[in-house]
Design a protein around this ligand. Structure first.
Ligand SMILES: Nc1ncnc2c1ncn2[C@@H]1O[C@H](COP(=O)(O)OP(=O)(O)OP(=O)(O)O)[C@@H](O)[C@H]1O
Length: 252
């Protein structure tokens, strides 16, 4: 479903690779947490899956397609198979809930009847059936994230990528979002979620891929957050005995 084969990503102006000779495979239907310290390469990994960035070396296959062979003309069609959710929701502020979710279907030319049915169904799935005409600013953070998830899955993508989807939410609201992502996964969608939320990862006990300096430090089938407890590094921000990059003052 997603296969990275010796992938290195070096950004211009940044000598140390964001991903360093990374190989891994994610299978259809899996629910995978991507964890690791800030700067370990999680968002870079997601951007490469979306073909928002190109690898400097190595091959990436997503849904049976070699991304290097995909022309830029075909990228929008390829992306229709992928839903994406971000920490900051990214809703269109001037459109109501229904229109935020409908928008992605309108731009790909779906009929009004199809859109009406699909949006109604997905708003039911995310628990917002009664709020179709609300504007984003009239919703709580958790509700806004539910709209963003509805928008991401309305076209029934094979893969849902989530970059810290609970990062702006309190624990109870986050638990509701995770229950929703689990339901979406049970419906057959492969879910790949980058997160710093230890309690969620510990509670769900799903596959955990831990990155460190762009390499896989740990790949566990049913794991917890478990990033090594590190001494507080005041001032340096890097080096410690494990070689894992740390943020000064942050205990993991
Ligand atoms: N556009 C860019 N240009 C240059 N360097 C970049 C760029 N994007 C990311 N990097 C660097 O690549 C490395 C990995 O960053 P990335 O954003 O993938 O990490 P992350 O694990 O998602 O971090 P966080 O948890 O803070 O979101 C970091 O050293 C970062 O500074």
């Amino acid at each position: 479903m997603i296969k990275f084969d010796q992938v290195t990503k070096v950004y211009s102006g940044n000598p140390s690779p964001a991903l360093d000779d990374l190989s891994l495979e994610i299978l259809k239907g899996e629910f995978v947490f991507l964890v690791g310290a800030s700067g370990s390469g999680k968002s870079s990994f997601l951007r490469l899956v979306l073909k928002e960035e190109k690898p400097s070396r190595g091959q990436i296959h997503v849904l049976g397609q070699r991304l290097g062979a995909l022309s830029s003309r075909k990228v929008p069609y390829f992306r229709r198979n992928l839903g994406v959710v971000f920490q900051d929701f990214r809703l269109l502020p001037n459109k109501n809930v229904f229109d935020n979710v409908a928008f992605s279907l309108q731009v790909i030319g779906k009929s009004k009847g199809f859109i009406s049915e699909a949006v109604t169904d997905v708003l039911k799935l995310v628990g917002l059936a009664g709020k179709a005409t609300r504007m984003p600013h009239e919703l709580s953070g958790g509700e806004q994230q539910r709209v963003a998830i509805a928008r991401a899955v309305v076209n029934k993508p094979a893969i849902l990528l989530a970059d810290e989807p609970t990062g702006n939410l309190d624990p109870t609201t986050s638990a509701g979002i995770m229950a929703l992502l689990e339901r979406i996964n049970q419906g057959g969608t492969t879910v790949l979620m980058a997160t710093h939320d230890a309690s969620i990862v510990n509670q769900m006990q799903r596959r955990v891929i831990e990155l460190s300096n762009g390499t896989v430090l740990r790949d566990e089938q049913s794991g917890g957050y478990q990033t090594q407890a590190l001494p507080i590094q005041r001032g340096s921000g890097v080096s410690n005995t494990t070689g894992i990059q740390t943020i000064p003052g942050l205990i993991r």
